[in-house]
Design a protein around this ligand. Sequence first.
Ligand code: SF4
Length: 65
Amino acid sequence: MKKDAKTMKKVAERCTQYAPNGECHCTNSTAGDNVTCKNCTHYEPDEVCTLHLYKEIAENHDLMS
Ligand code: SF4
């Protein structure tokens, strides 16, 4: 499965469960460069997503290539 930074960004941008973690609680921030699975509370280094959404989203949106 493709797990590069570009794909993680694209997946997170399309993900309804994206939940950014970290210090910033800015609710109004634009969906900028920091939107990526790596910044999501559901991110897990081995399988990427503990909700198992990553693969599904990547496949549904044809992001694997
Ligand atoms: S880690 Fe999972 S829940 Fe979080 S943005 Fe990526 S696919 Fe969505």
